[in-house]
Design a protein around this ligand. Structure first.
Ligand SMILES: *[C@@H]1O[C@H](CO)[C@@H](O)[C@H](O)[C@H]1NC(C)=O
Length: 407
């Protein structure tokens, strides 16, 4: 720095003002960053340090568009930024304590029993996309294709695949064809065939949701201590492994001080259901308004147990226990209502988004819940077309990957 004596007074004033301005900016930025990591309703931001750089990198639609559509691998890595940072020690300690407390089967100490899971039922024919193609009739079932795309993202895509060997489990109802099961296994998924759960008459299920209650069988996969369930219509933009360390996913006990006389069955001794509120529209707050109580069942971290499954089954049997408009989602929201004994918890908001927009992607949202195979979800509004193109690109990458690797 120049010595003050070499400057005329006006220059000195200027320099001093500049220093003050820069200092203020630094203080403001620091406060902003601290603020950002504290915008948490339940979950923890442990996994996502370094996000601010991402946001700066892709802060405008145009920037996202030009980077996304470029095919150079280097650029792509910039877009699909891998979260950095390590799980907080306390979350880790809590998890291992819980692990010791509840695991009866001998699991290797370094391998917590965790898994990604999704659910596939036989093609109901209501969700055929514009992307159905080829001579393979299985590819007419876009949900099946999307289940493979999700698996590719979680198992193989360099930017998003598990780096802690977390398996991808696909729970399929027994009416899913052999050829589909075989294809999923060839992809690397662990296929678990389950008996369909038939809807009780009172549900009067809409065609598009028929068979969806079978999804509840993901809660019976008790060889795992924690699972992340995702619907197949999901664009994954970050590695998901660290979600199991999120403080929102701590295993809990039902509240003791509640009147449980009206409960349909005994409550499980412990439980965990964590996720994010369901938005109702593309235009919404992000982070979501913390007072929203209706959880989206398309993305949930949970502790499987036979007890919780039986509890859900008992709710299903009791007529009018929930609004059947959204069958599985409303059942779970009833079971885990905030004024009940087993309230659901929020994960850190950046893990996912419903009705996602390009802004949420730019803010670092990791799993974007949308059916990008439908033209209606690929409009230019809110950058839908960019996100849609990203999903289609992942799908093409998947096809090329399996063509090159195992046909
Ligand atoms: C896995 O990737 C994350 C970033 O996504 C990184 O922080 C972590 O250290 C990696 N873990 C292993 C075991 O390589």
């Amino acid at each position: 720095m120049l010595s003050p004596t070499s400057q005329r007074p006006s220059q000195r004033t200027l320099t001093t003002s500049a220093v003050v301005v820069v200092t203020i900016i630094i203080i403001l930025l620091t406060l902003y960053n601290l603020g950002d990591t504290r915008v948490v309703s339940g979950g923890s931001p442990v996994q996502l340090s370094g996000d601010e750089k991402d946001t700066a990198r892709i802060s405008t639609f145009d920037a996202a568009k030009s980077t996304t559509l470029s095919n150079t691998p280097g650029t792509k890595q910039d877009v699909v930024k891998i979260p950095t940072g390590s799980p907080s020690l306390s979350a880790k300690a809590a998890t291992s304590a819980i692990h010791l407390a509840i695991s009866s089967a001998p699991a290797a100490p370094n391998e917590p029993r965790r898994a990604f899971v999704t659910f596939l039922e036989a093609d109901t024919g209501t969700n055929h996309g514009d992307e159905a193609q080829g001579t393979d009739p299985d590819n007419e079932d876009i949900y099946f294709v999307a289940t493979r795309v999700l698996g590719y993202q979680l198992m193989h895509q360099p930017e998003t695949r598990t780096n802690t060997s977390i398996p991808y489990v696909v729970v399929v109802s027994n009416d899913v064809s052999q050829s589909k099961r075989a294809r999923l296994e060839k992809d690397g998924a662990k296929v678990v065939v389950v008996d369909s759960i038939s809807d009780p008459e009172w549900l009067n299920t809409k065609q598009q949701y028929q068979g969806v209650m079978t999804k509840l069988r993901v809660f019976q996969q008790t060889e795992y201590e924690k699972m992340l369930y995702m619907d197949a219509d999901m664009l994954v933009t970050r590695r998901m492994d660290a979600i199991f360390e999120d403080t929102g996913t701590k295993i809990q006990h039902p509240k003791k001080d509640m009147d449980t006389k009206k409960e349909t069955a005994p409550l499980p001794s412990s439980f965990m259901l964590a996720g994010q509120a369901q938005q109702l529209d593309r235009v919404h707050k992000y982070p979501p308004d913390p007072s929203l109580e209706w959880m989206c069942s398309g993305f949930m971290v949970f502790k499987p147990s036979q007890e919780i499954f039986e509890y859900y089954a008992s709710i299903l049997e009791r007529e009018n226990s929930f609004d059947p408009m959204f069958p599985d989602q409303n059942l779970l929201n009833y079971a885990h209502r905030w004024d009940g004994p087993m309230p659901w918890t929020n994960v850190y908001y950046k893990w996912t988004s419903t009705y996602p927009t390009i802004k949420e992607y730019a803010m670092g949202a990791a799993a974007l819940h949308e059916k990008y195979w439908l033209d209606i979800n690929r409009m230019e509004d809110e950058g839908q077309d960019i996100l849609g193109d990203m999903w289609l690109e992942v799908k093409r990458d998947m096809e090329a990957f399996y063509r090159d690797n195992n046909g």
